[in-house]
Every structure is written in C-alpha cells, then in structure tokens.
Design a binder for this molecule. Sequence first.
Ligand SMILES: *Cc1c(COP(=O)(O)O)cnc(C)c1O
Length: 376
Amino acid sequence: MDRKRIFLSSPTMHGEEQEYVKNAFDTNWVAPLGPHVNAFEKEMQEYTGIAHGAALSAGTAALHLAVILSGVKQGDIVFASSLTFSASVNPACYEKAVPVFIDSEYETWNMDPEALERAFEKYPHPAAVIAVHLYGTPAKIDRIREICRAHQVPLIEDAAEALGSTFQGKKAGSFGDFGVFSYNGNKIITTSGGGMLMGEDEAAIARARFLATQARDPAPWYQHSCIGYNYRMSNVLAGIGRGQLLHLEEHKARKNAIYRQYREAFSDIPEICMNPLNPEGDANNWLSCMTVEPGSRVTPAQIMDALAEYNIETRPIWKPMHLQPVFADCDFVRTKEGRSVSEDIFNRGLCLPSDIKNTPEDMELIISIVRRQFGR
Ligand SMILES: *Cc1c(COP(=O)(O)O)cnc(C)c1O
C-alpha cells in the first residue's frame, strides 16, 4: 500500500535528544551509568515532585523491582488491575506471587475502589496492590491509597501510560509507595526503551539501584549476598530521555488537543462515547479511545477494519487479565455479578490514532472514516 501510514503513537524527536546523545559519545559515557542517567533522574524528580528515582532499562524492570522492594514472596497474593497491559502484572509472577485481579469502574476505567475493598474482605493480607492509570486517565487513586493504607499494604502505582497526568494537582506516580514510568517507543516520551522507579523512600530507591546493577556488595572483590539484575538505563538512552523531557508538556498539550478534536467531531453521534477523564485530574491523553454504545450496529472491529484499509493504525482496548489464558486460574473480584466492567469496555472499545505528528488532514481522514461507519 503506498498510502502513508498513520500511527497510533510513534516517537517524536526534536533535536536536543541528539545533542545529548552526541555529548555521551564525545565524553565516552557509553555505559549503563553516567552523567545523563543522574541528570535524567534529577530532572524527573523535579518534574514529578517525587523525591527519588532510579533510571532503568524498562518500565517492566521498574515494576519488578517495586514488587521485590514491597517484599512480595512466593505464594503471596497481589491485587492488580485487570484492565491493563500484561507488563503491569507479570513482575508479580516473576516472584511467584499469585495475582488476584480487580475489576474497573466506568468513571475512569481504572481499579474500582469498591471492588478493591471486596477483595480485601476475601483476601485480608495481600503483599501488594498494583494499580494502573490507563491511557493516561488518573484512577481514583486517593481512595485506592486510603484503602491500601488502612490495610497497611504497599501500593505500586503503574503510571507507565500516565507521565504528565495529575490527580488533585499532584502528578500521577506520586501517590503510591512506588511510582513506575515507562519510556517505551510508543509512550508519551521515549528513550526507545526504558523506565523509572520513583518514590519518597530514599533507601528503597537506593536499594533499587543496587539490585539493578547486579547487587554487588561493598567488598574489594565481586561479592553477592542477594540476587541481582542488570536493569540500569544506558547513559546514551538517558540522553534521549533528557531531550524528550524538555518536550513533555508540549506532547501532552498535543495529545489533549487530539482527544478534544475527536470528542467534538463525534459529539453528534450518540452511539460513540470517548474514554472517560477524571474530573479531579488532568489526563495526558496518551491514547484517545472510544466505545460504541451497547446495542449499536457498529462494532469496534468494523471501525478498526475500515481504518486499516487506509493504512491507519488502531488497537483494541487491553484485553483484561482475568480473561487471559495464562491467568485462567486466577481469581477476579468485581462488585456485581454478570459481565464485568473491564470485559464490557474491552468488547465495546478501541484505541484511536493518537500520534502527535498527525496532520489536520490525517485527523480529518480518521474522523470521516469513523463517522461513515455510523452513516454520517
Ligand atoms: C508500557 C507499559 C508497561 C511496561 O513498560 P515497558 O517500558 O514497556 O517495560 C507497564 N504497564 C503499562 C500499563 C504499560 O502501558
């Protein structure tokens, strides 16, 4: 097909990234440590208002270290959002914990605090709670945190999709005992691949850096008292991250504008509903999503197929974890019997192209194809 591809969310570089990378080469800091790594951590701390951060090779690595540092052990129960990407949950399984999935609520699509309370009634002593801010919409994180505190259980906040989002004026990722960010290629800013583990506990983040660099004891030889990992971020990639961070607010404004344009363009079609925003927060709108109302003749698959014909990339809503074959034996907690909220959103939704390089013509094309499916 010779028609130009319109992407869901692809990297957008500006120029400063290359200057930082060149500096890494010029100074021969081509290593999994160095001045860009330290500076990137500091700049993320300033941006998020979170006291400490460890730059890592991936958001998944950050989640894994958060799970370890929360004290999760083999056989422990870990509560996790069901409607999320598998990387939210897999690290609990690396430690041989047993995930119990929590359903979503409709107001933000994220972990339902009521379902979380019910899960605590059934399993009073989970080792950790992993809550995500899906597509950049902040969860009801104050209530989730309150419940975790009441039960004295560590909260791991998966803010991989929500860098730049806020809730009650504070940055997503700053509510949990640990906040996790990702700089994968399709996220709002990228280092090609990378992540950061952040938190207020200086000793815990220092421990994360120790574990991420093969857990070498302070001894004159290579001595190890625990199992380590090779999870540190490269100084070259941290350079890309520093350049990208300069443009995060700009990316967010662009993503917000894309969301608003879709919402406006579909406002006369009662069968279309955009993904929810949290009125107490400020979303980065990493991906704009829509659902078709129950009973609509148009299916998400039909919309995705129609867009694909024009070489336009879309994506289904994350398939809930409790419906994944690999997690078939795991428990799932919801507030009402019948079809779950997360399954319902999965069945009726799709992610629309949210690339900040989309031109006005690209947006017009996407919108007109979607509208056509509804006879408009
Ligand atoms: C992208 C993502 C991750 C994983 O981050 P990586 O940097 O790709 O390892 C974790 N959780 C969620 C919700 C994500 O979207």
